[in-house]
Design a protein. Structure first.
Length: 321
């Protein structure tokens, strides 16, 4: 039996699972064994996703199941993303229960995150649809490794996404992530065209994707294909999983990445996983005024006026309260 959810198109023998570990051929029926059984549920600041242009200062109910269809050597959540479902504690939380929790605790939005919502697609889809019907917004935090047809169906109920563009070369995706580049680029373009609020993250890994020419190529692609208003996050790498031999990304490297992105015409460029004097703030692309001042995930001030710069009235890309 062939799974058509992601570009790996796994051929799954009876009793076996696909590459993601959680989609299994049971008696010739392709079954997701994690539906309604998250291994992690938390309340997070929306800025942790990271989303800086979507309901800033709010908390978001975040959840994940085990499994992932990529196997990044640097994965920060490898204990659950690379785990087998039978080996990981989980509790029953059907879509109705998640929406009930969100409503009772006044969460304005739900996040499908931590591992990758692509592999628990049906759970994400049903929950997002029900949340949408109850005026609760939906956020994806994903690597975007999914085929176009199911991706377009899911996006009908999604309000915002942060998609991880891990590198801009085929070799990087094959050697570091066990994937391929083009499907991710296609998913980014489809997401932007769908009209959802889109932000992009790139984890800057020393010696692998941190050269200035690599950064420049990546941000040029983003500007040409997603537009200059698409927020870009450069995140600091910390030694994890199978990449404990590499050093953390330096602050100077991240500052350089941000400078390159601004030089290439991106309007909103951020630095993550490390404190930065300016790298977490939102500035007006027109008059350069400070609009939202942040320290880590904390908002110190928000000067936006109805989604516009209060000084020059420039409309700022985002979904604002």
């Amino acid at each position: 039996m062939q799974c058509e959810l992601c570009p790996k198109l796994c051929i799954i023998e009876p009793g076996q699972s696909g590459d993601c570990r959680v989609r299994i051929n049971i008696d010739d029926v392709l079954t997701t064994v994690v539906y309604g059984f998250p291994c992690s549920i938390h309340s997070d600041p929306i800025e942790k996703k990271p989303l800086f242009h979507f309901l800033p200062g709010t908390n978001i109910l975040s959840l994940a199941t085990v499994g992932c269809n990529l196997h990044c050597l640097n994965c920060q959540n490898w204990e659950i993303s690379q785990a087998n479902p039978e080996d990981t504690p989980a509790a029953p939380y059907p879509p109705e229960k998640l929406v009930e929790i969100a409503r009772e605790n006044r969460f304005p939005s739900l996040a499908y995150t931590y591992t990758d919502p692509v592999v628990y697609y049906e759970y994400t889809y049903d929950t997002a649809k029900l949340a949408h019907e109850n005026n609760i917004r939906n956020v994806l935090v994903t690597a975007g490794y999914i085929n176009p047809a199911p991706w377009k169906e899911l996006l009908k109920f999604i309000d915002a996404a942060n998609i991880d563009l891990k590198g801009i070369s085929e070799d990087f995706y094959r050697n570091i992530c066990s994937g391929t580049l083009k499907p991710v680029l296609d998913a980014l373009v489809i997401a932007k065209a769908s009209g959802i609020l889109l932000e992009v993250t790139n984890l800057v890994i020393p010696t692998l994707n941190d050269r200035p020419e690599q950064i420049r190529r990546l941000v040029k692609w983003i500007r040409a294909n997603l537009g200059s208003d698409t927020p870009m996050h450069f995140s600091r790498f910390s030694p994890r999983y199978k990449m404990r031999h590499l050093p953390p990304t330096s602050a100077q490297t991240l500052d350089t990445a941000r400078e390159i992105a601004l030089e290439e015409g991106l309007n909103y460029v951020y630095i993550g996983n490390i404190l930065s004097a300016e790298g977490q703030n939102t500035y007006c692309p027109s008059c350069k005024a400070l609009l939202i001042e942040r320290s880590g995930y904390t908002i110190l001030q928000n000067r936006l006026s109805k989604g516009c710069c209060p000084d020059c009235n420039e409309k700022i890309y985002g979904v604002w309260q």
